[in-house]
Ligand binder design. Structure first.
Ligand SMILES: Nc1ncnc2c1ncn2[C@@H]1O[C@H](COP(=O)(O)OP(=O)(O)OP(=O)(O)O)[C@@H](O)[C@H]1O
Ligand SMILES: [Mg+2]
Length: 147
């Protein structure tokens, strides 16, 4: 599925659509080169789940967590860009962070990738003439869920 995202409002709408469909255990894998809008879409999802205020980029912390009641469900926002090896994801305790939560993963390939999980929604962002394009691939658990 290919989506056109001409502006920030389109990112907000896609974020809201994803947020409404999320279930614990899901992964939203946000791929794309530098500056393609991964954090922008993650912020839109987190805001649509109920968060108010800043959403710091996890560039340096690697992981930022969000919990109910501020959000509809627990969420981990991760940026794996700085991992030196995929095994580091395990070392920082990713499995524990993910337990019962949604994972929003920027640079998922640096953590070994999540596309083999049925709950993985893969989004590849690319720059376009106007704004961005998203290539969306649904894991088996996502079929029929995005509306
Ligand atoms: N659909 C869009 N149309 C136009 N500009 C956009 C769109 N989405 C995001 N941007 C802009 O692109 C810039 C980079 O966005 P963002 O920081 O989210 O990228 P990123 O993929 O997280 O980058 P990095 O790899 O450095 O973490 C921001 O200035 C943002 O406002
Ligand atoms: Mg980013």
């Amino acid at each position: 599925m290919k989506l056109e995202l001409p502006d920030l409002a389109a990112m907000e709408r896609l974020g809201a659509r994803i947020a409404a469909a999320l279930r614990p255990g899901d992964v939203v894998a946000l791929s794309g080169t530098l500056g393609t809008g991964k954090t922008t879409l993650a912020r839109a999802i987190i805001a649509a789940l109920g968060h108010r205020g800043e959403v710091p980029s996890p560039t340096f912390t690697i992981v930022e967590t969000y919990d109910p009641p501020a959000l509809r469900l627990p969420l981990v926002h991760a940026d794996f860009y700085r991992l030196k090896h995929p095994a580091e994801a395990e070392e920082i305790g990713l499995d524990d962070y993910r337990s019962g939560a949604v994972l929003l993963a920027e640079w998922p390939e640096m953590a070994g990738g999540f596309a083999d999980e049925p709950g993985c929604l893969s989004i590849i962002l690319e720059t376009a003439e106007t704004g961005r394009i998203a290539i969306v691939e649904l894991g088996a658990d996502w079929l029929g869920r995005l509306g």
